[in-house]
Design a protein around this ligand. Sequence first.
Ligand SMILES: *Cc1c(COP(=O)(O)O)cnc(C)c1O
Length: 434
Amino acid sequence: MKYHSTNNSSHQVDLKEAILRSLPPDNGLYMPNQLPVLGDDFWNKWRELSFHEIAFAVTEAFFGEDVPAEKLREIVEGTLAFDAPLVTLAPGDHILELFHGPTLAFKDFGARFMARLMAHLTHGEDRELTVLVATSGDTGGAVASAFHNVPGTRVVILYPKGKVSGLQEKQLTALGGNITALEIDGTFDDCQALVKKAFLDREVAERMNLTSANSINLSRLVPQSFYYIHSARQLPENVKPVFVVPSGNFGNLTAGLLARQLGLPVEHFLAATNRNDVVPRYLASGVYEPVPSISTISNAMDVGAPSNFVRMTALFGNSWEDFSNCMSGMSFSDEETRAAVREVKSLYGYEIDPHGAVGWLAARNYRATHPGSTTITLETAHPAKFPDVMDEELGAGVVEIPERLAVLADKEKVATELSKDWEPFREWLAGNIS
Ligand SMILES: *Cc1c(COP(=O)(O)O)cnc(C)c1O
């Protein structure tokens, strides 16, 4: 399979370049030349298949031309070492729990798959691959966990000093081995600017064999389409789901569109956002206006210029009409989100995190105006990752902390402090990465 840039369809690369380069030089995004469709042999029996069998079929549809089937099976098995259970709160109101991986957020699916695919694509090369990633929270932890001890790779994570939660920081800094954390005296944007600068510096990028692990990488999206099919499979046969996706950079929602493209019957998509609502406004008006992001309690969705927007428009052939027929947008304030956290607990005894709560609000609104519809709301992280909000709304200690998060508290933080300037970062790279 060849891949092209959304900015220039004649810029074509193979799988290895699309995955390892991550971004085309023209600043577009990579798309496969043919979007795969699963055939009748799959859709005739999909409801009887296991999560792993569905995942393998999807993976083979995307990567089967380039990677041997037994290798793909190994990648899928290694990625899905945990389940994605569908929980029913009330008739027609379902929650898809995506937080059962090692770092308790859905990003584990994409990061674990990407690490395994990259290891395969670079296998046998004597140069070490350096994965450079800026994080505001969940991405860095998922990437660090996924690449930890993967031979031939090392990970350098940049995070803004004092701006990630204590447990998130431990997820980035306590692993050791091939994972190095840099604590940058600046904001997330400063971290991202340093990463971008390293990529643009041809000499640095070449010498260190740099690759990126952010959500524009196609290999993070494909595994996120597995759970759309896996969850829909569990509904009664005559029911088409409405998928409700709490969104920031819109990687997760784009993966839902890939699942639909593969042939999954979907009634509708809801793009649920906090006050960072560029996509809901685009869906309502047809005008796309990126703006600087604002801080909210669902901070993993604080994105003012979603990086996967161009990929979504490409999937709809640049037609706003098709886009807005398939998807509606809804945005909610922090106050509404907090009230939803309390309400879901008091109505159903269920603890939903602030990101999932934004989705649940959108789902409830939609069901109210479309009676009889069935919503599947993606719960993108475990509530214990957001102790401040959960304690304020439900009371201290109500949300139990899972063992794999609790053990981090005693681990030692190891990070190198750097200023937000390019020169010290460049020197650090030169001195530490060969
Ligand atoms: C990253 C993240 C999101 C946003 O996902 P996108 O794919 O960027 O839209 C939502 N919730 C949580 C908990 C996240 O970590």
